[in-house]
Design a protein around this ligand. Sequence first.
Ligand code: ADP
Ligand code: ASP
Ligand code: MG
Length: 436
Amino acid sequence: MKVCKFGGTSMATVASIRQVQSIIESDPMRKFIIVSAPGKRFSEDTKITDMLYAAYAEKLENGSCRYKIAEIRTRFVELAKELGLSVDMNKYIDEVEKGINESTTADYAASRGEYLSAVIMSEVLGFKMLDAADVIKFKADGTFDSELTNDLVSKYAKESGGIVVPGFYGRMPDKTIKTFTRGGSDFTGAIIARGVGATVYENWTDVNGFMVTDPRLVNNPKHIEVLSYEELRELSYMGASVLHPDSIFPVQIDKIPINIRNTFNPEMPGTLILDNTDGYKIPKVTGIAGRKGNTTISLKKAMMNAEIGFCRKVLSVLERHGMSVEHVPTGIDTMSIVLSDAGLKGVDENKIVDDIRGAVNPDHIEITHSLALIAVVGHGMANSRGVAATLFTALYKAGVNVRMIDQGSSELNIIVGVEEKDYNASIKAIYNAFFD
Ligand code: ADP
Ligand code: ASP
Ligand code: MG
């Protein structure tokens, strides 16, 4: 049986919802449907999830979310009406308004887009709705409880009819709602796929599958037919936003294939993501992804390599500040620590620098902002010569100054750091060097 997740654009309009319906009804194996909140209907539009975060912000500021909820109400009421549904969306929105006004975190508000989307989709399909809060569970420390969740989800494996599950959230032991990170409906789909023992996890979105690089940066990049879980993890963690980077964890346990498909072009086979891609033609480089918004702390100290415990002392400072570290490229007498700006939010970076000074007394320490990271990923790299040469020649020819280099120990990726202003040009240059 197939588990199918439909993303925000697939749930945004009457036409897209009808398209989703026809995809599901064309294959009786498509029994478990996970939905995102309605996304943008046109490029200047606002996603429902963003409107819900704004509603919570309004309630914090004014004590009620009256104005934002009115806009959200219009979207859902119109959608249900145009779909010809008899469900009373006003009743649901009243409940959501009350819930947002009473809640103390943004999670409840943010989760309601998926909830309301599932109400609509279950009406359209005549499928049962299963609230994610009843099966997707977190532990008291806020981490996802995968085994309890799997036990609860597996009880639905033998249901005779179809089931719609809202993506993106679950429930804490204290009964409050908690969301995953943005894009987390992909993760919900993977959790359900594992729990019910799906033969395939179909992830339906608005592109023909995974492309070698971000189609917003390179015009019409090549399509990837197949990639491995590991490659997907590297590419999505590094910025290829097609699929949430955690999505592979539930499905890799039972090696369930993921198939990225296009709701608006369902004849296309899409991209297959497998545990093992042996037997397929493996290119030198599978994909290129990147993201802006990183900061590096660079240290220099003579004889650093001989100083036992140097790295540990530096990393303990970051641990004390609650920082997770993205990369730690090192030289003989140098060490850099790459941090994401999102993680640095609300943290005093000068205090980190002072504490590192106190801990290891470096000859020089410097902090650099606006670093973009770019990952060139592929299993094929391990067995082919010249990948690094092609990469650095391309960046050199494009006039890009490389600020950092890091190669993962599995030879699955090479990561380079460039200034944010050079990001787009770098992605294009690397793409052209390997794929043109
Ligand atoms: P959904 O709402 O269906 O979850 P997302 O917006 O999260 O969809 O992900 C799909 C989008 O990811 C595409 O529209 C595309 O702009 C973007 N994207 C970024 N990198 C890639 C890539 N390498 N291949 C395909 N799409 C990509
Ligand atoms: N609606 C949520 C978001 O916008 C989750 C998702 O779409 O996967 O991040
Ligand atoms: Mg998404």
